[in-house]
Design a protein around this ligand. Structure first.
Ligand code: CA
Length: 227
């Protein structure tokens, strides 16, 4: 697993590189935002740890520009204490999660693991960029969905769930598996969450939500997407 660490605090670079390397990660570090952006554009990473306050190009601009270029590598933003508004902005601009400094390395590792688990988004969708079933079109790069060429508004979680279904179509998934794969560490520990999101997706995408053609219930086990 290759991690790009974009951080300008020398002490933190050394500490994190040591710890992540000892956990088996291959760490590349960049001490300013411009170098970090260039590396992320030219090399393949599994994850980007991105500081906000950086020389040359700040973390928000790096995240936004990477997403604009269609680079979907998971981004974990490292924000300083008290930058609450910044967290929201970071997530809006394309970060997948954030962690407030100072943090325990164990906490960082847990976040990294959770983001990597959600990574099916990096495989097929990133390569193909789009998927169609029936009159529904999904554009993974833009995170846009249409039905009969009309835009459909999906929440971030609905989109993630749909993407997981598409990438794992034909397989049956238990509610617990879906919670793990789609919601990750921050999951409210309730399988009801899954049912609710499935119902919303059916409502928005199926011709007849009561008799779904694509997102099917497998009684006694979970759900299956077929297309
Ligand atoms: Ca900094």
């Amino acid at each position: 697993m290759k991690i790009l660490l974009v951080e300008d605090e020398k002490g933190l670079i050394v500490t994190l590189t040591d710890r992540l390397t000892s956990e088996g990660f291959d760490v590349t570090s960049a001490a300013d935002g411009k170098l970090g952006f260039d590396l992320a554009c030219t090399q393949q990473f599994d994850m980007i740890l991105l500081d906000v306050m950086l020389p040359k190009k700040n973390g928000y601009d790096v995240a936004r520009d990477l997403r604009q270029k269609g680079i979907q590598t998971p981004i974990l933003m490292l924000t300083a204490k008290g930058e609450t508004i910044d967290k929201v902005l970071g997530l809006k601009l394309g970060a997948d999660d954030y962690l407030t400094k100072p943090f325990e390395v164990m906490e960082l590792l847990a976040r990294i693991e959770a983001l990597l688990r959600r990574r099916p988004s990096q495989t097929e969708a990133a390569i193909n960029g789009a998927f169609r079933f029936g009159d529904v079109g999904v554009d993974f790069k833009r995170a846009e969905v249409t039905k009969s060429n009309t835009p459909v508004e999906l929440s971030a979680m609905e989109f993630r769930l749909l993407q997981f279904f598409i990438e794992n179509r034909g397989s049956v998934h238990s509610r617990d598996d879906l919670l793990d794969a789609v919601w990750g560490y921050d999951a409210m520990p309730t399988t009801r969450t899954v049912d609710v999101h499935v119902a919303w997706l059916r409502q928005k995408l199926e011709d007849n939500p009561k008799h779904p053609q694509y997102i099917q219930t497998v009684h006694g086990f979970g759900y299956k997407f077929t297309a």
